[in-house]
Design a protein around this ligand. Sequence first.
Ligand code: GDP
Length: 427
Amino acid sequence: MIKAVVGANWGDEGKGKLTDVFAKESDIVVRYQGGNNAGHTIINSYGKFALHMLPSGVFYQHITNVIGNGVALNVDAFVKELAALKERGVPQPTIIVSDRVQIVMSYHILFDKLEEERLGKGAFGSTRSGIAPFYADKFAKIGFQVSELFDEEWLSAKLDRILPAKNTLLVHLYGQAPMTKDDLMAELKRYKEAIAPYVHDTFKFFQQAVDDQKVILLEGQLGALRDPDFGIYPYSTSSSTLSFYGPIGASLPRPIDEIWAVTKAYSSCVGAGPFVTEIHDEVEAQELRKRGGDAGEYGATTGRPRRMGYFDAVATRYGCQVQGATHVALTNLDVLGYLPEIKICVAYETDGKRREHFPNITRLDHSTPIFETMKGWNCDISHIRHYDDLPVEAKAYVDRLEALIGVPIALVSNGPNREQIMARQSK
Ligand code: GDP
């Protein structure tokens, strides 16, 4: 049984919480793309954690956590996060790392930072974790696969090929000091030593896991609208955020049985790029921001305030379609309890034309929202444990979102904690 938990929007939809809820009944939790450039917030009996590099199954002893080949592995972040779990009393999790995953080098992070600085106002809003330079090198065939770390001669020859090109950019484009081969060999050696105990042939591992009928959870990072092909390129990330990439990035070439797209009851977006339903009135935006999530809507990795908006049904329907969602989990419904009326964006107006299908980037940039307004429920719903006990206005809101999205909303989350989640039967 293979399940995927993926984002329907721009990220930060609450995937971490859902993965944590599903992890209980899973045998394996896999990260299959992205690096430590985003974070999942998880709140459980050990406390509150922001995971960036580790899969969300690390709080359960029965789970094997996998870092798949599609990930951008930052070894230092991996080691630091594991140590932080230990420090806070979480027992050592079982974790394996694909021998085909590639390593984020310190120069990827450096180039990311230098390029954003060079672009100035035109920067992409990168988290400066080295993700774009990392994936660029992977596909230019000059990245370092974990398996290569174990062959010094191989590494030495590869560095001889790579270094002159990197240093030319460093010195002549960015005006920095060049890197030395010795330093880079030492860096690679340090990574090898840190990661060696975790390295596995994860392809073989998954062949066996499928034969043994294990329950496997694919954990997506960011959301559909950050996908390089289907998202808001170039304000996208550099690896596919889609469920269908999951089996590739995990080394598990099998169809997915259930695809859970996660979306919030309102919209939020970190970083640059068009965001049609954005609330531009700062007082109104701040009201929503401070109530959102478990401690306000601020990036789990960067601490940046998230841009806030009303529910964007155009973007979310599209997000669920490109994810191939079979189910939707709606999170943060509790957050809207302060509003007497709630707006939903049901269509866009682009250059004078009503549009219900999510447009390409240049049209998106001149789209404005067409709203519909619903009555709010105006009370706290975070203590409710059965969907039927919700106020009628809250249920009507969820029904409307489901009709607009076109995929059954099967779970509704009304608070950041594990027990604040309710099953829902579709109409
Ligand atoms: P992810 O990257 O998709 O896992 O999302 P983040 O962890 O970055 O952001 C989601 C935020 O919402 C976190 O602060 C969660 O603790 C919080 N959260 C998740 N579900 C709910 C919910 O139903 N209600 C509230 N109030 N917060 C939630």
